[in-house]
Design a protein around this ligand. Structure first.
Ligand SMILES: [Zn+2]
Length: 126
């Protein structure tokens, strides 16, 4: 029971669905949803409505706290490498995975292990 967590939506309890109605007979209340896991907002919200309620309430504080984008970011050839996968390549496994530079279109081979390693990159810029 202690493993259950509450939906973080500020208005979750105000949505009158049957599964939120809890308590002893004659004294039931709509309550914040509580489950072992949630799907939305990295496991913090029971549905999109609750996630967006939270965003609507806290987005300005969040941007002020963690920093706003105040100038354009640039994707240059130094940080334009993305990993890709060719489903049609079947004869030679070593050619299935590759880097492609989304600006220069240059490709470079990649092992499957490198493909799956989220820390492995050719990008050197921001
Ligand atoms: Zn909720």
């Amino acid at each position: 029971m202690n493993d259950l967590k509450f939906c973080q939506g500020p208005d979750c309890h105000t949505y009158s669905t049957q599964d939120r109605l809890k308590g002893p007979k004659g004294n039931k209340t709509y309550q914040t949803r509580r489950r072992s896991s949630f799907y939305y907002g990295r496991g913090n919200f029971c549905d999109q409505r609750c996630l967006y309620d939270w965003i609507a309430q806290y987005i300005e504080q969040g941007l002020d706290r963690f920093g706003r984008t105040t100038q354009a970011k640039h994707l240059t050839k130094e940080n334009a490498w993305i990993k890709d996968y060719d489903w049609r390549a079947n004869a030679d496994e070593s050619h299935r995975h590759f880097f492609i530079n989304s600006i220069t279109k240059e490709t470079r081979p990649l092992t499957e292990a490198q493909y799956n390693d989220s820390n492995y990159t050719l990008n050197t810029g921001e």
